[in-house]
Design a protein around this ligand. Structure first.
Ligand code: AR6
Length: 179
């Protein structure tokens, strides 16, 4: 676990499963454009949330790279789920701006909804092929630019599936935050 605090907002990196973060108000799904189940995070979130999530997603799809939409959490331990479509690396361009839009739009949505805590997986770094370190740099640079404006969101947690990915995120956060 590694954590920094900026402008009263804690940014934390942990190893874990995004579907098991019961103390967070909202978790982010690494979605597909149709907001259907799939592999990776989307598969795990849809399995844990159940068929009501699939039903709720129908009227919200399709979404475009960089977009974020919100649903209830259903069978997840979180009140809400924010669904983001990350860029497919090497195909959706400019990938860094589209990935930054995901993080910005998700946190701004949480802020507008009055939510205090949000959990992210490493968007686009699985099936969509975004190199992990580059993606972490985009994620943290984007979030650090937003935190001074946040009044409701107080805790941003990165939930990485492996210890190696959690360590890498901690290193990048340390470097970008200058501490
Ligand atoms: N908790 C935390 N991280 C996870 C989990 C989990 N339960 N499962 C996987 N990861 P991906 P993408 C990590 O592929 O690249 C889907 O099929 C994983 O190791 O879920 O944005 C959708 O339907 C990786 O680092 O998301 C889309 O079509 C990261 O989460 C497409 O894949 C993201 O991997 C989205 O691709």
């Amino acid at each position: 676990m590694f954590e920094i605090t900026r402008n009263d907002v804690a940014i934390r990196c942990v190893q874990g499963d995004i579907t098991r973060q019961s103390d967070l108000d909202v978790v982010v799904n690494a979605a597909n454009a149709e907001l259907r189940t799939g592999g990776g995070v989307a598969g795990a979130i849809h399995r844990a949330a159940g068929p009501e999530l699939d039903e709720a997603c129908r009227s919200l799809a399709p979404i475009r790279p960089g977009d974020a939409v919100i649903t209830e959490g259903y069978g997840l331990p979180n009140a809400r789920i924010i669904h983001c479509l990350g860029p497919v690396y090497g195909s959706d361009e400019p990938a860094n701006q589209l990935l930054a839009n995901c993080y910005r739009n998700a946190v701004e949505l949480a802020e507008q909804q009055g939510l205090a805590s949000i959990g992210f997986p490493a968007l686009s770094t699985g099936a969509f092929g975004y190199p992990m370190e580059d993606a972490a740099e985009v994620a943290f640079a984007t979030l650090l630019a937003i935190v001074p404006k946040l009044e409701n969101v107080r805790h941003i947690r990165f939930v990485l599936f492996s210890d190696a990915d959690a360590d890498l995120h901690a290193q990048v956060l340390k470097r970008i935050a200058g501490g």
